[in-house]
Ligand binder design. Structure first.
Ligand code: FUB
Length: 439
């Protein structure tokens, strides 16, 4: 169904399938709900799926506060995998110059969280970056803003433009405005981008084709015309996944506001001559969903407790451990030894909504009692009246990791803090999961 992500406002989707992984990952910028301007964009989310129907939101994976050189405008992004490292390639306005720069952040996991390593030297006004690594392992960077598009080869560490390789592709790309993305199909390089037909908003999605990543490109056509409910902008990526091709892009179908966008995905078809058939987005979205038995997909927010500190939460007196096998990601959180020690995670939501709260934990020695706070509200175990002082949940003894369903919680629009802490019990905590609530 379109939009594919209904739980949080996000835009500029860059989809990738990494070697040896059967999931598809979508890296996206984050729109603060209903601020009516792109100036408030400060962070990124990663979404993944193995069926293009049900998605996992891996939460906030990089925030402006974690990037020393940047002052604002965490706009469009891309991602790359090279030599065992996952790169988030993003843009932000540099504090020192007021210029858009192309930042690089790294992780050893495709879903992040990511750590900034600085901006790419030799690239000025590097808004809307796309990092394309060719089959021979050569990395190329594309960027575009305000009616222009440039590209260059990158050095092996990806941190600089190779001297003398910067090319201005603007005149080769009809109507180009911003947002390049590059994919390869049948040996040809496809550069897709949002453009302004005759200089007029909103943006159409166009593409051009070349025999070399740095061009020359031949303008080939439009693949997503302007559609009803489109935000003023559009921006996207093209990817093959499990034998089918898809175009990811965005709309304002949920919010009705152009700076409050939602991710979309539609199937993409090539003609025998390599041209792309136009896409007319509809609410049914990807073809697999046209099976009437699958009427809607789900989005689950999965917050890895061991990443809490880097994703907008906090470890309060607790620590990360790895001794007990079977955890998710980098480890689990342990050390809930005294009252009030615990974990806080950030759950961002586009709309106020109900969710099911699930905790994955292990407690081999005995039942434990824990407290849970959602924002400022103490969560009540079933059957416990608000007047009762002792509102602790029992986490039953278990010799291996298990999920405990804590029932319905309410998320407000925007940022929510969920805290699981010691109420005289000690657990090992792997993740906190928020499933969409279905009545
Ligand atoms: O998301 C902020 C900006 O809007 C992007 O950088 C542009 O491509 C447009 O989508």
């Amino acid at each position: 169904m379109n939009p594919i992500i209904k739980t949080v406002f996000s835009a500029d989707p860059s989809a990738h399938v990494w070697p040896g992984d059967d999931r598809i990952y979508v890296y996206a910028s984050h729109d603060q709900p209903y601020t009516d301007t792109h100036d408030t964009m400060q962070s990124y989310h990663v979404f993944s799926s193995d069926d293009m129907v049900n998605w996992t939101d891996h939460g906030r994976v990089l925030h402006l506060d974690q990037v020393e050189w940047a002052v604002s405008h965490m706009w469009a992004i891309d991602a790359a995998y090279r030599h065992g490292t996952y790169y988030l390639v993003y843009c932000a306005v540099e504090n020192a110059t007021g210029m858009f720069r192309t930042g690089l952040a790294v992780s050893d996991q495709p879903q992040g969280p990511f750590t900034d390593i600085g901006f790419i030297q030799g690239v000025e006004w590097g808004q809307d970056p796309a990092l394309f690594v060719d089959e021979d392992d050569t990395p190329y960077l594309f960027w575009g803003a305000g009616g222009s598009c440039h590209a260059c080869q990158l050095t092996d560490d990806l941190l600089s433009a190779v001297e003398g390789t910067v090319v201005d592709l603007t005149s080769q790309l009809k109507w180009v405005f911003e947002g390049p993305f590059v994919h390869k199909y049948n040996g040809k390089y496809y550069l897709s981008y949002p453009g302004l037909f005759e200089g007029e908003w909103p943006e159409h999605m166009y593409y051009a084709v070349a025999d070399h990543p740095l061009g020359p490109y031949t303008f080939t056509g439009e693949y997503i015309p302007v559609f009803e409910g489109q935000a003023g902008t559009n921006h996207g990526s093209i990817i093959e996944y499990k034998g089918k091709w898809y175009a990811f892009h965005h709309s304002m179908w949920i919010s009705g506001e152009s700076a409050c966008r939602s991710l979309m995905c539609d199937e993409l078809h090539y003609n025998p001559d390599g041209t792309i058939q136009p896409i007319y987005p509809d609410t049914m979205g990807v073809a697999s969903l046209k099976d009437p038995s699958v009427m809607r997909g789900t989005v689950t927010l999965l917050l890895d407790a061991s990443c809490a500190q880097k994703t907008g939460g906090k470890l309060s007196g607790t620590r990360i451990a790895t001794e007990r096998p079977g955890y998710t990601g980098h480890g689990y959180v342990t050390g809930f030894e005294r009252d009030y020690q615990g974990v806080i995670v950030l759950a961002q939501s586009g709309l106020a909504r109900d969710c099911r709260l699930i905790v994955r934990y292990c407690s081999p020695e005995a039942d434990q009692t824990m407290k849970v706070l959602v924002n400022d509200n103490q969560l009540l175990p079933p059957g416990v009246s608000p007047s009762v002082y002792d509102k602790r949940f029992v986490f039953p003894q278990c010799s291996d990791w298990q999920e405990l369903d804590l029932g319905k919680i309410h998320l407000k629009q925007g940022d929510n803090l969920i805290r699981v802490y010691n109420g005289s019990g000690h657990i090992d905590l792997d993740y906190i999961k928020l499933e969409e609530w279905v009545d």
